[in-house]
Design a protein around this ligand. Structure first.
Ligand SMILES: C[S@@+](CC[C@H](N)C(=O)[O-])C[C@H]1O[C@@H](n2cnc3c(N)ncnc32)[C@H](O)[C@@H]1O
Length: 359
């Protein structure tokens, strides 16, 4: 029954151009050099190697009797092919029945053969994401506009995907996508002030060595700001939000941590806020200097020819994602710079308590 569908899936050699997990590792290092995307991709390569070793250890290559003389089907490359097929085709659907009151909404990763034949367009909004109708027991899709007969129909793989997300999961970037965003490990912000700050961030499950924050052209969201304020706060500032090192019992530590973090959603002091802006500014600046190519070189690669050498389609996609990351970092850098200058000139700083008093 599934043969016609399976026969249409891209083969291993076709996927080599289509998905970063199928690029030779040397090429991914060259094409994504300096980009935080490279670390994510390298982690995926490692996960695939572990999956491959586990599949072989589980006897994956003894599925066919030896007399059939079929080559080993589980290889490192076939495991990466399977992972790239899943990454680029799976949907995240809420399969719970909304009539069952006691069931929580929970998204499952599922394959929906044929629905996954549609290409993505960032011009399609949330309405064109596939959803599961638990009453009709059907996966449903809505068109984002009227289509003419014979016109290609697109869906949306997710309204908030950035060009880097699209590249890493699906291997392409559509030029209509303006969700410029780069995800950085919190370690880019430099060390936390001391062990009390470290404990606070660990208590809420966002440790300095594990948290990730997103940078867009507008800067960072309020959670990332709160995290950075907490990371650079002095002992006195931590005490002012109710966090004293070693004072909180194991059972209450998470509740206390969340309450203290909520106070960092607003600036706590002029000094703290200035340090936050300095850290964010230098994180953006440092990442920008890591890229191996200039924006002009990136654009030349997207335009498909450098020194009369044709650039591959996959390399052009990598450059589109890198251009998008640079847009996010440059935009954010400007925002942090303006805020820091304002703070240095003594303006525009209000503690939350001062705001209340003025009101
Ligand atoms: C779920 S499949 C979509 C259908 C695809 N044409 C196929 O059947 O193989 C996702 C893959 O389609 C390709 N794709 C989807 N939308 C695209 C777009 N707007 N531009 C270029 N390639 C796209 C990418 O290779 C992506 O990994």
């Amino acid at each position: 029954m599934w043969y016609p569908y399976l026969a249409l899936l891209p083969t291993e050699s076709e996927m080599a151009e289509l998905h970063p997990l199928m690029w030779p590792q040397g090429l991914s290092e060259e094409w994504l050099s300096g980009s935080p995307m490279l670390l994510k991709l390298q982690q995926r390569f490692l996960n695939c190697r572990e999956d491959y070793e586990a599949l072989v250890a589980a006897g994956g290559n003894f599925l066919f009797p030896p007399e059939k003389s079929i080559d080993a089907i589980v290889t490192e490359i076939s495991t990466r092919w399977a992972a790239s097929i899943l990454l680029s085709r799976a949907f995240s659907l809420d399969l719970t029945n909304e009539l069952d009151d006691d069931e929580f909404s929970e998204h499952s990763t599922v394959l929906v053969p044929w629905a996954d034949m549609l290409n993505h367009s960032s011009l399609c909004g949330k309405e064109s994401c596939l959803v599961y109708d638990s009453i009709k027991k059907l996966a449903c899709l809505h068109a984002s506009k009227d289509y003419l007969e014979g016109e290609q129909v697109f869906d949306s793989y997710g309204p908030n995907l950035s060009p880097s997300d699209l590249l890493l999961d699906y291997g392409f970037v559509d030029q209509e996508n303006n969700n410029h965003r780069v995800d950085l490990p919190a370690s880019c912000l430099g060390p936390v002030t001391g062990s009390a700050n470290d404990d606070l961030l660990r208590s809420i499950g966002l440790p300095p060595d594990g948290a990730i924050f997103s940078i867009t052209e507008d800067g960072v969201d309020e959670t990332a700001l709160a995290w950075t304020r907490a990371a650079v706060a002095s002992i006195k500032e931590l005490a002012s939000v109710g966090w004293t090192e070693g004072k909180h019992s194991q059972e209450k530590i998470n509740t206390r941590g969340n309450m203290s973090m909520a106070c960092f959603l607003k600036p706590v002091s002029h000094e703290n806020e200035s340090e936050v802006m300095r850290r964010l500014l230098s994180a953006c600046g440092n990442v920008l200097t890591q890229y191996q190519t200039t924006l002009d070189e990136d654009h030349a690669m997207v335009d498909n020819e450098v020194d009369k050498v044709k650039v591959s389609w996959a390399q052009a996609q990598a450059k589109l994602a890198i251009i998008s990351e640079k847009k996010a970092l440059r935009g954010a850098w400007k925002q942090f710079y303006v805020k820091l200058k304002k703070l240095e000139n003594g303006g525009n700083f209000r503690r939350s308590s001062q705001i209340k008093r003025t009101n």
